[in-house]
Design a protein around this ligand. Sequence first.
Ligand SMILES: [Zn+2]
Length: 139
Amino acid sequence: MSKKSSHKINSESDCPCQSGLLFSHCCQRFLDSSSGLYPETAEQLMRSRYSAYVLDDLDYILKTWHPDHQPDRLVPNDSGDHWIGLKIKSTQLGQKKDSTGKVHFIARYKINGKAHKLEENSLFARINGHWLYIKEDIK
Ligand SMILES: [Zn+2]
């Protein structure tokens, strides 16, 4: 599964999504397609997508993006973007039995030593039993 050796994250690392769990107990289970496991809540999917951005796992990012809303292409993270943190502000619905959910989060990243933040209220839908990212929910 891992194609890159440049990332220092392994199963014993803290999960990049900052859940406080080990990577192996958190997002790794979902990023590893051979596990057969899928996020059960919109928040878990949101976290695993963040971890996929950290690890530059573009396949996972596309796989968990609703086909009608996917970008034409995703560029590998070669520009020096460096994700440094994720904070979930709030969630609405998005539990096991829901069909939609929203996750409001702040992700931080650094470019050339300068910190930036991305704040988004994301919309998710559960389709055929699997959570997918739809798009930013703009009011
Ligand atoms: Zn995680």
